[in-house]
Write a protein that binds this ligand. Sequence first.
Ligand code: SF4
Length: 185
Amino acid sequence: MDNDAFFARLESEVTALGAYRASVIKIAGVETDRVFREMCAKNVCGNYGKCWTCPPDVGEIDDLIAELRSYEYILVYQTVTALEDSFDFEGMMAAGAFHNKLTENVREKLAGEKFARSLFLCAGGCRICEVCGKKTGEPCRFPDKAMASLEAYGVNVSKLAAAAGMKYINGQDTVTFFSAVLFDL
Ligand code: SF4
């Protein structure tokens, strides 16, 4: 099977699982910036230092960018969920839970693919455990499943969306999340 056919199959499998869109592009088209680490350090999300896959525990930004750049391909996928209005906090949380579940399902589904190696990245940090072991003073409970966010690896997600032919924002009263799978053949 040629690469294009393989990539098309990956994309259709991820959309069949619930992604709005999915696209494989070369990692060379991905823009990264160390500034995203500084934004994490401002701790707007409250997770800085509270999750094994979030900064600073996830690793040094330069090392992670180099790791990302060592791959050849990235499968980018997005979910787009309608909200009742821009104050729909419950809808926002449900959309995040839907996206996180999709990310876990993508990982499970693609685990059997013949990638030479792969790295699964999510939106906003690992959500596998209700309370991360980092908060309870334990080691990571599922190191084989834990996922870091695209931002933790310095990815400019709005530029990534454009590079993958997707919209970063999908209209009023919607919320969009992105995850990705880095891989080599
Ligand atoms: S698997 Fe659990 S303990 Fe490990 S990083 Fe994810 S949430 Fe934290």
